[in-house]
Design a protein around this ligand. Sequence first.
Ligand code: ZN
Length: 251
Amino acid sequence: MLHRSRKLFDNLYAYIWSGQGNNAHTYLFPNVLRGERPHIIVDPGLLVDEMYEGCFDSLTDAMANDGFKIEDIGLIINTHTHPDHCQATETIVERSTRTDGKGKINSAVVAITKEADDYYKVAGERMFNMFGMKVVKLDPLIYLTEGDLSLGKDDKQVNLTVINTPGHSPGSICLYWPDRKVLITGDLVFNGSVGRTDFPGGSITVLKESIERVSKLDVEYLLPGHSTEMGSIVEGKRRVEQNFRAIKFII
Ligand SMILES: [Zn+2]
């Protein structure tokens, strides 16, 4: 397996990409939603990377090891619409499609910001072609907007906050979970580094503003979209603060 699984909480698992090629880390909130597809996935990543590693097969196996099935994903959230974060989205929608007792077909729902969708419509195909891949369908049913995003009900409820953090890619978001002091950063901030801004729609000025905003949050677990030579997850309030200080210094 090319993903390292880590249970952070009963309802949050990290799937840290550890292959040779480039792929995003995936985060899973299992057993949150009501109904037959209870899992929420953030950034499912690539199907296959440039080294021909089976990213999605690895993720499927890693999740299965923890007792979670791809077919039982009900919500797919993409922090932004770069291929290495969202390519597997269409496959998950297909794999989760079922017909209910009344003959109605339903499947996992995709959630991104409108800005990320607009960007995808204009630049998505070009981005995928740049990496030698065929563009995939995203078809979001939910447009995320900044503010509270409560998922699930009663004791299963997870109350997230969507934060608009453009700079790396138009319409990029971070997901903040105040109850657990978790921040999923996509490609805004990494361990000791920040997301690149040389892709279409990137801006270092805007990236800095976004970093400034999230650096004020109370965070114990900073969950980035990729690893660096410094590592992957930044853990502990003090280390997270140090990380923000260090990256503000280098950008
Ligand atoms: Zn990206």
